[in-house]
Design a protein around this ligand. Structure first.
Ligand code: SF4
Ligand code: SF4
Ligand code: SF4
Length: 270
C-alpha cells in the first residue's frame, strides 16, 4: 500500500501546468529535510515529454508527464551511502539533502533519468512527491493539483485501485515496481491516403486491410481518402488496399518500430 500517481495520457493536453507548478513549488524554496531548492534551469522533477510521431502530414503528438517513479525496488536507494536515499512509510522515495552531498553515483543509479545533479550544491535532486505539502495536511502534490484535466491523479493505492488495475508502468522489464501508473499511452500507427492519379481525386471508402500473423484489421478511407490503424504493437505488418474498379495495392514488411505514414497511394484503374 502507500501513495501512487496515476497518469491518463489520453487526458493530457500538453499544457505544461504540471512542469511549471513543480518549478513554482521548488525553485527558490528550501524544503529541507526533503529537498534543497530546485535550480531554475536544467532540472525538471516533473518532466513533460513531448512525442511527435509519424511524418507530415500524418503526425500525432502526445505528452507524457514523468515524475520520479518512487520505485518499490529502488536502485537509487541501493546506490546511496549512509542511508542518503530512503523510503517513507507512505512509499515516497526521498533523497536526504544533507546526507547525499557529494554522492553523484545516486544520479547514475536511476534508469529512468529522474535524478539531476546540482553542481553548485554538489547534490543529487529529484521529485519528492511534495512530501512537505503532504506533511502539512495537503492531499495533493503541486503538479497534480495544477492539472486541469485530471490527467494526473495521486492518492492511496487502495483509493485508486480501480484506475491502476491493468494500467502500465514505465519499463516494467526492469522489475523496479514503480508507483507511477500510466494508461492510454498510444501504440504505433500506420496511416496513408488513397487517391486516383488519373482524376487526381481521393478515393473514399477504399478497404484497407492490415495483417500481422493471425491478427487482422479493416478500416475504410474517410472523406479525405485517409486511413489510420492506431494503437498497434511493434511488429511487421502487411497492408492491402482494395477499391471497386481498381487494382489492389500491397505493402509488405511495414515495421512499426516507428510510426508509419505510407504516404499518398495511387490506385491504378483495373
Ligand atoms: S525513478 Fe529513479 S529516482 Fe525515482 S525511485 Fe526509481 S530509481 Fe529512484
Ligand atoms: S510531486 Fe511535487 S516534486 Fe514531484 S513532480 Fe510533482 S510537483 Fe514536482
Ligand atoms: S498539467 Fe495535466 S494536462 Fe497539463 S501537461 Fe501536465 S498532465 Fe498534461
Amino acid at each position: 500500500m502507500g501513495k501512487v500517481f496515476y497518469v491518463d495520457v489520453a487526458r493530457c493536453t500538453g499544457c505544461y501546468n504540471c512542469q511549471l507548478a513543480c518549478k513554482d513549488e521548488h525553485c527558490g524554496n528550501d524544503w529541507t529535510p526533503y529537498a534543497k531548492p530546485q535550480p531554475e534551469i536544467g532540472q525538471f522533477w516533473c518532466k513533460l515529454e513531448e512525442h511527435v510521431c509519424g511524418t507530415m502530414p500524418k503526425v500525432k503528438i502526445h505528452y507524457i508527464s514523468k515524475p520520479c517513479n518512487h520505485c518499490r525496488n529502488a536502485p537509487c536507494m541501493a546506490a546511496a551511502k549512509d542511508g542518503a536515499v530512503y523510503r517513507r512509510d507512505d512509499g515516497l522515495v526521498i533523497i536526504d539533502p544533507e546526507k547525499a552531498v557529494g554522492q553523484k553515483q545516486i544520479v547514475d543509479a536511476c534508469p529512468y533519468g529522474a535524478i539531476y545533479w546540482n553542481e553548485e550544491l554538489q547534490l543529487p535532486q529529484k521529485c519528492t512527491g511534495c512530501a512537505h505539502l503532504l506533511d502539512n495536511g495537503e492531499k495533493l502534490p503541486r503538479c497534480v493539483e495544477a492539472c486541469p484535466t485530471d490527467a494526473l491523479r495521486f492518492g492511496e493505492e487502495e483509493e485508486l485501485k480501480d484506475l491502476i488495475q491493468g494500467a502500465t508502468v514505465m519499463s516494467p522489464e526492469l522489475g523496479l515496481h514503480p508507483r507511477v501508473y500510466y494508461r492510454n499511452i498510444p501504440g504505433k500507427f500506420i496511416a496513408g491516403t488513397v487517391y486516383d492519379p488519373e482524376t487526381q481525386e481521393i478515393i473514399e471508402g477504399a478497404r484497407c486491410h492490415l495483417s500481422n500473423g493471425a491478427k487482422n484489421w479493416d478500416v475504410y478511407t474517410d472523406d479525405f481518402g485517409d486511413f489510420w490503424f492506431r494503437d498497434l504493437d511493434v511488429g511487421t505488418y502487411t497492408l492491402r488496399i482494395t477499391a471497386p474498379g481498381y487494382e489492389q495495392q500491397m505493402f509488405e514488411n511495414l515495421n512499426t518500430a516507428q510510426d508509419i505514414n505510407v504516404g499518398d497511394i495511387a490506385m491504378k484503374k483495373a
